[in-house]
Design a protein around this ligand. Structure first.
Ligand code: BGC
Length: 383
């Protein structure tokens, strides 16, 4: 039974905004106003636990769905420049899609986003061995990372819809030391921003690197590749990797390489010049107070008129061009999800930092508070 927290009354629809009514400024004037709020609905069961699906709706009628399974963003529906609604992220409309283990679609990633070489690291004199789930390496938290557990959900605000998800990762889980209490808050603002606040505390020193693994296709249709999307990343450097995608430890300038996204460029332009495709950590340029949100990347698609800006407090951004998508998974409508039909912009500390003394530290100690913020902001330009 669907629990209604919001009365989704349509208050106002401005003239000239309905899909298909044409007119040069139709997209820009897409201004329906609805009552913002959150609804919660049961979404199946796994591990003996009830899973919920929350729907966050802002005043503009933009809707983000988040499941307590993996803290997963399952859809983000917004109008394109013609007023046609579609989701800009990959996702399924039922839990079974996620239980089939797609590659982290929309999920919260932890305890450590991206790879740790050989699943091994030391803190002081103590050595730790993690689950190895990517060849000999540890990836995205191991066999059962934060993407595959059931989080506890609480609604914190209905007017600017905000949802808090909590999870306690036990000492020894996937090989990590310490009990880690994690809080992730998703907020959907009326400016079409999805803000993600990540917080954590531990009782033993442990590596922590939380992110969200949404796959974007701004056309709203995975029948289109992302090669025509424009991308700009505010990064003068990137971290080159070895054959198993572990950083070598160097930070190389992007200038003169296919990794140069300092000015907007089509993703497809040099995609084939990067063996395997883009799957790299970009070292973000930081200005002033590095704990403040700063613009890290801008993704744009002229066919839909959609632009996505990524702001973060994090030092790095993993740009992954969906290289391993191979049609195995299909959308709920049955469209195969093929290579380069969606991309991730994962804000993060650098991969394998626990083994790279030269990278910013990812070790959280008892008494310290982990807190990072990332905001994805969607804007629309007219035809
Ligand atoms: C990684 C890829 C990995 C993908 C999982 C990305 O964050 O960088 O190497 O294959 O996640 O689907």
């Amino acid at each position: 039974m669907k629990q209604m927290i919001r009365s989704a009354a349509l208050l106002l629809v401005f003239a000239g905004v309905l899909a298909g009514c044409g007119g040069g400024e139709a997209g820009k004037n897409e201004q329906k106003t609805v009552q913002a709020g959150i609804t919660k609905a049961p979404w199946g069961e796994t591990d003996g636990k009830q899973v919920e699906l929350y729907t966050l709706t802002n005043k503009k009628g933009v809707e983000v769905k988040i499941s307590t399974y993996g803290g997963t963003v399952t859809s983000w529906v917004s109008p394109d420049k013609n007023g046609k609604n579609s989701s800009i992220v990959l996702g399924f409309d039922s839990l079974s899609g996620y239980l089939a283990k797609p590659p982290y679609f929309g999920a919260i990633i932890g305890r450590y986003g991206n790879r740790i070489a050989n699943g091994a690291f030391k803190i002081g004199a103590d050595s730790y061995k993690l689950a190895t789930n990517d060849g000999k390496n540890h990836l995205h938290g191991g066999n059962k990372g934060f993407d595959k557990v059931v989080w506890n959900g609480t609604v914190v605000s209905d007017s600017t819809p905000a949802l808090i998800l909590t999870y306690v990762s036990k000492d020894g889980e996937e090989g990590y030391p310490g009990n880690l209490k994690v809080i992730v808050q998703y907020t959907l603002t009326d400016d079409n921003e999805l803000k993600i606040d990540y917080s954590a505390e531990t009782d033993k020193p442990t590596p922590v690197n939380l992110t969200n693994h949404s796959y974007f296709n701004l056309t709203g249709d995975v029948a289109n590749t992302i090669e025509n999307h424009g991308l700009q990343i505010d990064a003068a450097g990137y971290t080159p990797v070895d054959a198993t995608l572990i950083p070598t430890g160097e930070i190389k300038p992007v200038a003169g390489t296919p990794f140069d996204f300092t000015a907007k460029k089509k993703i497809g332009l040099q995609l084939n010049d990067v063996p395997g495709g883009y799957d790299h950590n970009f070292v973000l340029n930081k200005k002033g107070d590095s704990t403040q949100l700063q613009l890290a990347a801008i993704l744009s698609d002229s066919t839909s008129g959609r632009t996505l800006e990524v702001y973060t407090t994090e030092p790095g951004l993993q740009f992954y061009s969906g290289n391993f998508l191979d049609g195995t998974f299909k959308t709920s409508a049955g469209t195969p999800i093929n290579k380069h039909t969606a991309l991730c912009l994962e804000t993060q500390h650098f991969p394998d930092s626990p083994n790279k003394i030269e990278f910013p530290s990812t070790i959280l100690k008892p008494g310290q508070k982990y807190h990072t913020v990332t905001t994805y902001k969607l804007t629309l330009s007219g035809k």
